[in-house]
Ligand binder design. Structure first.
Ligand code: PLP
Length: 415
């Protein structure tokens, strides 16, 4: 017996659920690529991406997935033989480093944990030892989607500064942009890359890079440049060269709709929504963990990503839970990858998600635990609901200071 038919939910950490408004924005004829409408669309996207990256730095849009964004970032600022320091906290920074190695960089990995954030003190210590300043770039992910680790971008900047090191600071924001605070300029990040299909709620196929003056200075002498990714070629007046060829038109229309939704909700409100839904997820997992089979991968609460939660499963295959959620409930969970392969499932709460979607996902997991007799603390979903109820309560929680209409308050006519 299954109760799966109905609206299917994707709870994987990318691609994420695409809002209907974004899907509908793509149902239109193709445009003349040199038209004023296309040029205007590109200009609006480049400047609204600055709002999301919180930067005045120049932004670039590529017809590419996140890996393309990685290559774009590296190729524009590095030369073959340059040393880079990769700050590991799971799989994704290492993946970015692998690409750099393939392109001719000398890659050093600062080993980290799959269960904790990059340690800024270790970064400072390593950079202090680089007295000749051979390290040209330090690369890190804000959120590692495989481990669920959240890194402190600002603290690592401070560590680089404390070491007095001139390396470029390059950050991957694929699984964090439009999911949590990110302040490219205030935090002193030189290059940020991201992609469309996670917090930005857009179909896969677009990558974004923002690069400040320091990065553009490095760009002048970088010899890994190739024409497709080259920033200089994309800076001119010629619209065609902004994409080094035909613009990915329909994805751009989709991105326009997604950015409109994000900016209409308000970036801070989007961050807050993710925070609350992550807390609700953590509340459920922590209850279930009482059964000694499930547990959180990331040990410290403050180091857990607000966009994805990997859950370790001991003594039982995580596939049993994921298969049940999909086949019986119509919810697709993320599988464990890398070190967590076969040992975890991942719950994404990223992008176009609201309380019923996350509570529904958690409910499917709780059903899977019960139906398969997997030991778990009872009441995980109830704990998630109680948390959200408290945080959104008109009597307390997040809205304690917000004036509300109570019993006997004057009616305000809708405008
Ligand atoms: C998904 C992801 C990527 C890779 O994006 P693709 O579009 O799959 O190439 C890179 N970094 C992080 C942190 C991601 O979550």
């Amino acid at each position: 017996m299954t109760v799966a038919n109905g609206r299917a939910l994707l709870a994987i950490p990318g691609p994420t659920n695409i809002p209907d408004r974004v899907l509908q924005a793509m149902i239109r004829p193709a445009e003349e690529i040199y038209s004023g409408a296309m040029v205007g669309l590109t200009d609006s996207l480049l400047s609204d991406l600055q709002k999301v990256f919180r930067t005045r730095a120049r932004t670039y849009i590529y017809a590419a997935n996140g890996h393309g964004g990685w290559e774009a970032a590296i190729s524009n600022v590095l030369s073959r033989g340059d040393k880079i320091l990769v700050l590991a906290s799971g799989r994704f920074a290492i993946g970015w480093g692998d690409m750099a190695r393939f392109m001719g960089a000398d890659v050093e990995i600062l080993e980290g944990s799959w269960r904790a954030s990059v340690d800024p003190a270790a970064v400072e210590e390593r950079l202090r030892r680089d007295t000749k300043h051979e390290i040209k770039a330090v690369i890190m992910v804000q959120i590692d989607t495989a481990s669920g680790v959240l890194n402190d971008v600002q603290a690592v900047r401070k560590a680089i500064d404390a070491a007095g090191h001139p390396a470029l600071y390059m950050v991957d924001g694929v699984a964090s942009l439009a999911c949590m605070p990110y302040e490219m300029d205030a935090w002193g990040v030189d290059v940020t890359m991201s992609a469309a299909q996670k917090g930005l709620m857009t179909p896969p196929g677009l990558a974004f890079v923002a690069a400040n003056d320091k990065a553009h200075k490095a760009h002048q002498t970088a010899n890994m440049k190739t024409l497709y990714w080259d920033w200089t070629a994309r800076q001119g007046e010629q619209h065609y060269m902004k994409y080094c060829g035909t613009p990915p038109e329909h994805l751009l229309f989709a991105l326009r709709a997604a950015l409109d939704m994000i900016l209409e909700e308000g970036l801070e409100a989007v961050w807050k929504r993710h925070q609350l839904l992550a807390e609700a997820t953590h509340a459920a997992v922590s209850k279930w963990s009482e059964g000694q089979v499930l547990s959180m991968n990331v040990l410290e609460g403050a180091q857990r990503a607000p966009s994805v939660t990997p859950v370790l499963v001991q003594g039982v295959s995580p596939e049993i839970i994921a298969d049940y959620a999909q086949k019986i409930c119509g919810v697709t969970l993320g599988s464990g990858i890398g070190e967590l392969s076969g040992k975890a499932f991942r719950i994404a709460h990223m992008g176009h998600v609201n309380a019923p979607m996350v509570i529904g996902t958690l409910s499917a997991i709780e059903m899977a635990l019960a139906a398969n007799n997997i030991p778990h603390g009872a009441g995980g979903v109830a704990a998630a609901i109680a948390h959200l109820a408290h945080k959104t309560s008109v009597h307390g929680g997040e809205h304690a200071e917000t004036p509300r209409l109570g019993v006997g308050a004057p009616e305000i006519a809708p405008v």
